[in-house]
Design a protein around this ligand. Structure first.
Ligand code: ZN
Length: 295
């Protein structure tokens, strides 16, 4: 009971900023909010010039430096299981573009492969705002796809209807835990990817699970929240989940946050299943394709 009371107290205190933020969003006109965001960016820009030694952290998505990342107040929405956020660092959000560690790791990987990306046809499923910023800043064009939100193409990753070998690069971060059949999604990504193309993906990975935790029977939103940590997740993957990518026919390279600099804060979090590992999955170049090129 005492623990529950403490939890309630914690939620009440942390609810205050989010409640204020919601009220502000309703009351303050959008141009004023945009102006406040610009002011925050200007403040960081000035601080970068005046106090460069104190700007220890960097967000490659928006290109800004600052003295710390921020905590986001989103747990009270009821979508997330707060228990999964208790033991991990919550100060992981960029104060300017709200990027999380996995976005910053991807942005740095993209910077390392910018020439390749600039000359590739890219299909990006459910693109994150922070990654949109990186793409725009680096003049990397892509076709966006989403089933529910606005995008260039309204597509279901499990069955896109696109021709075989349509794209050089496909990106789908934290998508595979939402679909009914993730194996169908992997098969489809493999089909529409060109030979030697790259499918970049990430998903929640629970360190206590080896392969996968999912349920054949449909679960309620509350059951999904308790079991997978979020009420719209249909599964959580384990630490050996790269096996599923290999089974779909890809050569898999792991891109791990721990190999990236501390200034982007590549920690585990904000949830305990956000391991911040990306997978770069190459489609084999078939012998036929190699022979065709040699002719
Ligand atoms: Zn940022």
């Amino acid at each position: 009971m005492e623990v529950r009371n403490k939890q309630r107290q914690k939620v009440k205190i942390s609810c205050l900023p989010i409640a204020l933020r919601r009220i502000c969003k309703r009351v303050i006109p959008e141009p004023v909010i945009a102006a406040l965001r610009s002011a925050k960016k200007a403040e960081c820009t000035l601080a970068m010039k005046l106090l460069p030694r104190r700007m220890n952290y960097y967000c490659p998505c928006c290109g800004m430096r600052f003295h710390s990342f921020e905590t986001a107040s989103f747990l009270q929405s009821g979508m997330f299981n707060p228990v999964r956020y208790e033991k991990t660092n919550q100060r992981v959000f960029c104060p300017i573009c709200r990027s999380m560690p996995r976005h910053r790791i991807l942005a740095l990987w993209c910077e390392e492969h910018k020439d390749y990306l600039q000359s590739s046809d890219i299909l990006y499923f459910a693109p994150e705002k922070s990654m949109n910023l990186w793409l725009k800043r680096n003049h990397v064009a892509c076709t966006t796809a989403d089933l529910l939100s606005s995008a260039d193409l309204k597509l279901d990753i499990q069955s896109t209807g696109l021709p075989d070998e349509s794209f050089d690069v496909i990106i789908a971060n934290h998508v595979l835990e939402h679909v009914d059949d993730f194996r169908a999604a992997l098969k489809e990504a493999h089909r529409i990817l060109r030979q030697n193309g790259c499918f970049i993906c990430s998903f929640p990975m629970d360190p206590s699970i080896e392969w996968l935790d999912e349920e054949e029977e449909p679960l309620t939103a509350e059951e999904r929240l308790q079991r997978f940590g979020q009420n719209d997740h249909k599964r959580v993957f384990g630490m050996k989940a790269d096996r599923f990518l290999t089974e779909a026919g890809f050569d898999v390279e792991k891109i791990e946050g721990k190999d990236y600099p501390e200034e982007i804060l590549p920690v585990v979090g904000p949830a305990d299943y956000d391991m911040n590992i990306l997978f770069c999955c190459r489609k084999h170049q078939t012998e036929r394709t190699i022979a065709d090129k040699e002719m």
